[in-house]
Design a protein around this ligand. Structure first.
Ligand code: FAQ
Length: 324
């Protein structure tokens, strides 16, 4: 089944056979099961980059905690940002089951060798952007992640179930922020419209490059990590958000966006893939700032890691004395 060529020992050949059967049966791979090295690498890459996205993704929204328009909005936003930290935690834990330690994964983020989602390199300029992030960014995350609940690697799928439940709350809170603004004063409605103008294209790019320019998709789908291609999920998302925008009384500024009766889907315009590539290369509006903040937060947290290690050491030796 695997298309990646590896030289296998007899034990590995037996492992490969079981692995192939489990994948063909739509069963799941657990951390202690044999798996091809390339499957392990792909999952470590995807899950850790997903974890990094959750952690970096806290920044644009955290930027608005002190400026949320009411105590209620502030409490909701704090809870949402905390949820994202939790998602990062589940995902780093899932990635660690593939035998790369979290210190190594974090090092890859900080030295720039690991990616995180392009979307978090765009600024949150107004309060309406917090609504647009909740509705469109969390909405895209859900469309992408619901199929990942059935990912062949069990710890990833299990983490996704809880993440998706929390993301649906996030999406609704974003939609509700926009609903209030869209039904507020003309200036508030305009602020909501401008926010979705800014986030429409970057949110659609979260699904990754077009299928004919997506080097990992084919193998990831054969391994049943990904269940749908980038373009399939993007189309699903567009079909979902167009009626939602209509319910808000807002629209997407895409002249090619229209219902295609024959296809049973909305057609939409070509996205700016040159911009996407430059953002992924580190040249987006906020890449430098996001990484500076992350490195600073890591350095500031050194004493917490030291204290946690000292505590673990103390209790570990106390336990050993008890056992002795
Ligand atoms: N940004 O061959 P493919 C969230 C890279 S969480 C940057 O298609 P693949 C929650 C890709 O890594 C959002 N890079 O790759 C939240 C690969 O490079 P590599 C994150 C991107 O893996 C909300 C190269 O391009 N979600 O929003 C992007 O098969 C609000 C070629 O691409 C996940 O990570 C991109 N958008 O498909 C948090 C979901 N797209 O690694 C806070 C899990 C692609 O070979 C606030 N991940 N690249 O050097 C996935 O489903 C997949 O990894 C894809 C990419 C679909 C993202």
């Amino acid at each position: 089944m695997t298309t990646v060529t590896e030289t296998l020992s007899p034990a590995d050949e037996a492992g490969q056979e079981i692995f192939d059967r489990l994948i063909a049966e739509d069963s799941r791979i657990e951390p202690t099961d044999w798996m091809p090295a390339a499957y392990r690498r792909t999952l470590t890459r995807q899950i850790s980059q997903h974890a990094h996205s959750e952690i970096i993704g806290m920044q644009p929204e955290a930027n608005w905690i002190t400026r949320a328009p009411s105590l209620k909005r502030k409490a909701i936003l704090i809870a949402k940002v905390q949820d994202e930290a939790g998602h990062g935690l589940y995902l780093y834990s899932a990635a660690e089951t593939l035998r790369t330690g979290r210190d190594k994964l974090v090092e890859q983020l900080l030295d720039g060798s690991a990616k995180y989602s392009s979307i978090f390199n765009y600024p949150a300029r107004t309060w309406a952007d917090i609504g647009a992030i909740g509705w469109l960014v969390d909405g895209a995350a859900i469309a992408n992640q619901v199929p990942l609940c059935r990912a062949s690697y069990a710890p990833y799928g299990r983490a996704m179930v809880r993440v998706c439940k929390e993301e649906s709350f996030h999406q609704r809170q974003g939609w509700e922020i926009l609903f209030e603004l869209a039904n507020g004063t003309p200036a508030q409605k305009q602020m909501a419209q401008e926010a979705i103008n800014r986030f429409y294209g970057p949110a659609l790019q979260m699904f990754g490059p077009p299928d004919d320019d997506s080097p990992n998709s084919q193998q990831s789908m054969a391994w049943k990590i990904k269940r749908f291609s980038n373009d399939e999920l993007r189309q699903r998302f567009v079909d979902m958000i167009v009626p939602q925008a209509e319910a808000l009384g807002l629209h997407f500024e895409d002249p090619d966006l229209k219902w295609n009766e024959e296809r049973g889907h909305y057609d939409f315009g070509e996205l700016d893939w040159t911009e996407f590539k430059s953002v992924v290369r580190g040249e987006g509006p906020c890449n430098t700032q996001r990484m500076q903040r992350r490195r600073q937060a890591f350095d500031d947290g050194a004493w917490v890691r030291e204290a946690a290690a000292a505590y673990a050491e103390k209790y570990h030796s106390a336990d050993s004395q008890l056992i002795a």
